[in-house]
Design a protein around this ligand. Sequence first.
Ligand SMILES: *Cc1c(COP(=O)(O)O)cnc(C)c1O
Length: 497
Amino acid sequence: MARPDESVVHGSKAQAHQPDAPRSAPDTPATPKDLPAVDRLLRQPDVAALIAEHGHTLVARESRALLDEARALALAGTLALSAVAPDALAGQLAQRVNARLAPRLCTVLNLTGTVIHTNLGRALLPEAALAHVQAMMAGPNNLEYDLGSGGRGDRDSIIEGLLCELTGAEAATVVNNNAAAVLLTLAALAHGREVIVSRGELVEIGGAFRMPDVMESAGAKLVEVGTTNRTHPHDYERAITERTALLMKVHTSNYAVQGFTSAVTEAELAPIAARHQLPLATDLGSGSLIDLTAYGLPAEPTPQQMLAAGCGVVTFSGDKLLGGPQAGLIVGSKELVGRIRKFPMKRALRMSKLPLAALEATLRLYLRPERLTQDVPTLRLLTRPAADLRALAEQLRPAVTQAVAPRFTVEVVDLLGQIGSGSLPVERLPSAGLAIAPTGGKKGAGRALDELAAALRALPRPVIGRIADDRLLLDLRGLEQPVQLTEQLSLLQAALA
Ligand SMILES: *Cc1c(COP(=O)(O)O)cnc(C)c1O
């Protein structure tokens, strides 16, 4: 559109150019004088429509930025006159405004083979949790209000009973994430005193979470015992002094010490702690609430087992194997959880109502264990049979082949995925998917694969695979709705053409 101003712009030979795509094949170059003033651009009907939709502030700001960029290009002589036509400018402006409003956080297809992928948002929320979050956030709720008495309530009370029922704990509380749960536990129980940990368990989780640093932040003094590969009960026993506040176990979730090793289990450590009247805490990291071996998955210690073994406090994540929102769950004895809950730092680390709603809904699903592998996406994905994934790969192969031909060929392959997020690092999940290889052979294969990976990431719903052995692998365990891939294949084809 842009009729009224068009004549003006044209008349003043202001057929300028569009700033964002200016470098391509310039026709007659535009000069800064060809560009309209901001006011004039804003009065164009197309632009007025943009203002009606989004308001003056954003549209005016983007107009100024657009014209500034165009001016710089015109001065450099790289702006085509056709690009400063009113229609062209209005189109550019609409694109800029829409781009500014598009969220940077977007959904992707996780075809990496790692189910709980920390870089890709970890656990997917169950339907029930999504619905509950939406319902609870849309209006006021009883987050800290006791509907029975009409007085002030405690947000912990929303999940405490459930968590106790599911884990067998006497008491429970929650914070923002498991790193916060560990920090708070250490600060509340061991500030200014010593915590005994095995050298083989001084983990770094990633994202600057290292057990020795967390100890320091919590104001606790770390006392390392044993060696990297072997720690014995007497190592703990000998390190206990009157300054000791806590014995701590850390689940080595993202690595495995193999070979000549020996670690002291919680069950062995509990009597030692009890004899010295010290609490024993364990940080599980993942902490599945169910026995995964029942589904053919590798064993992972549960909070239930750790409490039964005599731990006074157990911490674990909400968005790893539990399959809920980001959260740090702390379960244990009334006395210890009470001290943790009352510690002032708790207020700073407390969970917001948003994940709390998601956590409650997720935990309630655990009251129906028979349905968990349907209702909790993380467990549903982890238990998809490899044969189903292979059948899906066979089904998708022709369409994917068509999209990437002739530069690439596609094969159906058996793959090994993993649970992820530090859970069971050495155990692999038998899976299946597509392997896409450049047709040109080894030479230039690296660049061709990088281009393919970039094209997949540039799709409206970016597709994230992994490159291994000169092939791009798409593990289909994470693809529950194949149409989310197939509907984008024509765009992929265009991008590779
Ligand atoms: C993942 C993990 C944490 C941190 O949990 P977040 O929920 O990511 O904060 C702490 N300890 C262990 C052993 C872990 O595996």
